[in-house]
Structure formats: C-alpha cells, structure tokens
Design a protein around this ligand. Structure first.
Ligand code: GBH
Length: 534
C-alpha cells in the first residue's frame, strides 16, 4: 500500500485503482480474433498444444528480442563523473515518498558494472537491449545553453560500442522519467510549453550525434506516467497533486493534461530533428514513442455502458497520446469530459506531432475489468480515467488473473493479444516494438536465494505473454521486437527495492552481485520456437 493512504483524494483514487474492466464485443468483434472470455485466460497462462503448433515460426526471422532497463533504476553512480541530480533524486529524498525509504543513488551500480550486464545478456542469448540515458549525466543542468558533460556522454558511447561488439542491438530511450532537477527548478520542467520541448530537442540531438550507430530510438517512456503519476496523483516525481496532504503545489485538474501536451510537442520536435538531420545517414534508423496500456474488458459484457467505458478507458490511457500522433487530434471522449482543460493543438504543433512515429513502442503488463459510472454522475475534476472504475473481478466473479507483488498487476496473457489487435485496428497496423513486458512475483523479496532463482511463476508469465503476442502476429499484427522487463531486479520507483521485476536477482546486500533466475534462460528457447529461420 503506497504512503499517505489516509487522504481523501488518495482514498478515492485507490478505490478506483482497485477496480477494473473490457470489451470483448467492442474490441474483438472488429477483428478476426476468436471471441474468448478473459476469464478463460485468467486461470491459465499457457497456450494449448494445438495453438502452439500454429504459432511455431510465426514471428519474422529478423525479430529482435531481449531485455529492458532504465537509467535511474539501474545505474547508481549518482554523483560520479559530473552527473547532477534528476527530479527522482530530489523526490526520493522526501520522507514518505518511497516505500522502503530508498533511492537510485547506488541501485544496481550499472554505471560501473555495465560489462557484467553485457556478459549477462550474452549468456542468456539476448539479441537486443533497451536502456535509457540519464539526461543529467549528459547535460547536468539540462538546458540547451548548458554545458555537455563529456564523461557522462562517453559512458553511453562506450556502452553502445560494447553492446555492438557483443552482437547485441541497442534500443535507446532518450527519457525514462529522470528529468534534470535544474530544469524543474528553472522553469517548471514538463509544465513549460516552450522551454521544455526546445531543451529536449537539444538533448536528443546531442545523443543522435554522439551515438550514430544506434538505429532504434525511443523518445519518451510512458508519458502517461510522467503526466498522471507526476502531476495528478503525485505518486511519482515531481509529486505534484491537488492533494494538499501530499504536496503544497499542484492542480490535478489541469497540470497532467498540460504536461501530456508538452511531452507530445517535445516528442514531435525530437522526431523532426532525427528525420531532418540524422535519419538519412543512419542506415535504416527509426524513432518512436513508448506508451503504456493495460487491456480492458467490460465488468458486465451485457451492459452497453460498460462496453463503452472500456473504449473510453483505452482512449484516456493510450489514445491520449496515440491519436495526436496518428490522427492529429485528441480523442472526442477526452475533449468532451475535459473541455478546455485539455490543451488545443495549434496548426504548427499538430504538424509537428501528427505522423511522428516510425514505430509504436508498447509497454504492457496487465488487464482490468471496467465498470461504467452512472451517466449522470459527474466525474471529479481530477478524474483521469474517463468516469469509470477498474476492477480485478467481473460481474460473475471471475478474476482477471493471479496476484503478484504489484498491486496493479495480474497476469492475463490473452489481454496482450487483444490489445495488440486493438492497436492494429485503430492505428492501421503500425509497426510495433514491445518495449516492456514482465511481472513481479508475490513474496519474492522474502525468499532465500536458492528459491528466488526458481521463478516458475515468471517463466509461465513470459510463456503465456510471448505466445499471445505470436498469436496476434499470426492474426495480422506487425510486431518486430520484444523486450522483457527487466534484465535485473532494480529500483522499482515508489515501491523501492521490495518489488522485483528482474529475470536476474540482484543481491543489494552484497555488492550488487547478479544471479540469473530460471526465467532469464527461458526466453531463448521460447523465441527460437517462434521465430522463422532466415
Ligand atoms: C513500467 O511501467 C515502467 O516503464 C518501468 O520503469 C517499471 O519498472 C515497470 O513498469 C514495472 O513497474 O498507480 O494504479 O495508476 C508500467 C506501467 C503504469 C504500471 C502505471 C503501474 C500504476 C498503476 N505502469 N501503473 S496506478
């Protein structure tokens, strides 16, 4: 249970979070996919033998698979070689914000142990590795007129070269939430509609120039999280919210929508620079944004209001960003509920944002049942879900999936297939890279080492989810890559180190030593059975 559970806004939010959603009808009937109840999916994470046979070799021969991490979650080296603080360093220092009172100051010490990480990737057969860059390591004060830190930049140059030498394809995330603290203090960081996109553009250009061998760029990781968790609930840095028991500043009714807009503008600028100045010389280089999204199913499939709420939930979480990128406008459902709290695109802004994805980066973990709220119930002004509730059980009492260590995560592999097909339909078969997928395991942190590495629950999770993805491909989706979250246990943001997502156990008590779990070795044979031979 996160901290500050006693405040009224938090109480309401947590009630909402505890619930759930989807629409078999509205989602699936538009595809050729067979209609299946999510309940059937929840009891088993494995695919039947006959469908396995159909899936054999269904992924393209150049399919990229590997593992993902993020700078603040693994690097440590917080004060090494001239790195300056990010908003996460500042946030972690505030008592009560992180469950175990920890921070990313040391984390997995990957700033010093990246060679171990690459050896590990080789050992477990990875073809690709997704990592993110710490902005305040490269440009400590962040801005376009601030100095670049050569030692910080060199770390990433060395990392990319070492990965390529090992035959591993790097996918680089430019921003995974760790904004230079100086920019937050200078002009309000992500809240600034003019300065932030310009500084981000300059930072991105600095990376493109220094890392010409990188061919897969991700501008932002999960802008939903930066906006909602950073500026509505205040769970994440910089922790702004209308809930005055948690923050002296913030406006949950407006700031998240402003921030989301500014992130889209910054994404658009960074993509334009890549296309104008680097893409031609990059030998096939591509750029896109990574969005998080849970699959949704209706609490009561027979109730049209729940079916409609499913679509609204997907729009409020995914289409908020994807519709401007693919269609040049925000979803009508959001405009209708949020009015002028949702910014309007100027013509220039729209031109920058529309068409700005070479690929769709997909982070996916779980599914929810959705229950509509009565049509005459006005949503509170901090509502960010579309006037509905999310639940783990449907009307008939079916559970969406088993419990994990994460209060928000219950495995439902068919939801992955269904969401890939939903994206495929709505955005006209975009090229998709799955940039994160994975699970925590209930109670894992309390197990002794010899038990913790026997993570059969996680092995089953990957088996079910990867096969569900292959099924979506066999039904027409264009998925080109898959990165498991995460290469190793790491700093799980507000949950600190108690929740582990790694395929590798990290022994924080004894010098960050890495111990691969069973799941680390499970992906290679799994993908070998699904990828067509060249
Ligand atoms: C990913 O987000 C992150 O990219 C990664 O850094 C992280 O380590 C990994 O997940 C595991 O958590 O408070 O009820 O609104 C996953 C998507 C979306 C999951 C927001 C948690 C919070 C639920 N996240 N969600 S709630």
């Amino acid at each position: 249970m996160p901290p500050c559970a006693d405040s009224p806004v938090f109480g309401l939010l947590i009630n909402v979070f505890r619930r759930f959603y989807t629409s078999i009808e509205c989602v699936i009937s538009r595809h050729t996919a067979p209609i299946r109840t999510p309940a059937a999916a929840s009891t088993s994470t494995t695919t039947t033998a006959s469908s396995s046979a159909r899936l054999t070799m269904s992924l393209p021969s150049d399919f990229l698979w590997g593992f993902a991490t993020a700078s603040y979650q693994i690097e440590g080296g917080a004060e090494q070689d001239g790195r300056a603080p990010s908003i996460w360093d500042t946030f972690c220092a505030i008592p009560g914000k992180i469950a175990d009172g920890s921070s990313g100051i040391v984390a997995c010490d990957s700033y010093n142990r990246y060679r171990d990480d690459i050896e590990l990737l080789k050992k477990i057969g990875a073809k690709a590795y997704r990592f993110s860059v710490s902005w305040s390591r490269v440009i400590p004060l962040g801005g376009r007129n601030d100095p670049v830190n050569p030692a910080g930049l060199q770390y990433y140059v060395t990392l990319v070269d070492a990965l390529l030498d090992a035959g591993i394809t790097p996918l680089v995330t430019v921003f995974h939430w760790d904004l230079p603290d100086a920019l937050d203090k200078r002009y309000g960081g992500l809240l600034n509609r003019t300065e932030f996109p310009l500084d981000f553009e300059h930072y991105a250009r600095t990376l493109y120039k220094a890392l010409p061998k990188v061919k897969h760029w991700i501008t932002f990781n999960e802008p939903w999280c930066s906006s909602i968790l950073g500026y509505s609930t205040g769970f994440f840095a910089p922790g702004r919210t209308s809930d005055r028991s948690k923050s002296a500043e913030g406006d949950s009714s407006r700031e998240p929508w402003t921030v989301g807009h500014n992130l889209l503008l910054a994404h658009g600028r960074a993509v334009k620079v890549y296309r104008d100045e680097f893409k031609a010389q990059s030998d096939g280089g591509e750029i896109g944004i990574t969005l998080n999204g849970d699959m949704c199913y209706p609490w009561d499939p027979a109730d049209p209001a729940d079916v409609a709420a499913v679509e609204r939930k997907l729009e409020f979480s995914i289409s908020w960003f994807a519709d401007p990128i693919y269609f040049g406008k925000y979803p009508d459902s959001m405009r209708q509920q949020l009015g002028d709290r949702l910014p309007e695109f100027t013509d220039d802004e729209r031109a920058l944002v529309q068409g700005s994805n070479d690929f769709y980066g997909m982070n996916h973990y779980t599914a929810n049942y959705i229950r509509s709220r009565p049509a005459d119930a006005q949503p509170p002004d901090w509502d960010f879900m579309g006037n509905l509730e999310t639940r783990f059980e449907d009307k008939a009492g079916n559970s969406i999936g088993e419990e994990t260590q994460s209060f928000w995560l219950r495995p439902n592999p068919n939801g992955f297939r269904d969401l890939i097909l939903w994206l495929t339909k709505r955005y006209n078969t975009p090229k998709i890279f799955v940039t994160e997928n994975g699970t925590s395991v209930k109670g894992e942190n309390d197990l002794p080492l010899e038990k913790v590495t026997e993570d059969d629950f996680r092995v089953r999770y990957f088996d079910g989810y990867v096969k569900a993805m292959a099924e979506a491909v066999s039904q027409g989706a264009d998925v080109r890559g898959y990165m498991a979250w995460s290469l190793m246990d790491n700093f799980e943001w507000a949950e600190g180190y108690e929740t582990r997502f790694g395929v590798t156990y990290v022994d924080y008590e004894h010098g960050q030593v890495r111990h691969p779990k069973k799941s680390a070795y499970s992906l290679k044979p799994l993908f070998e059975s699904l990828i067509a031979k060249a």
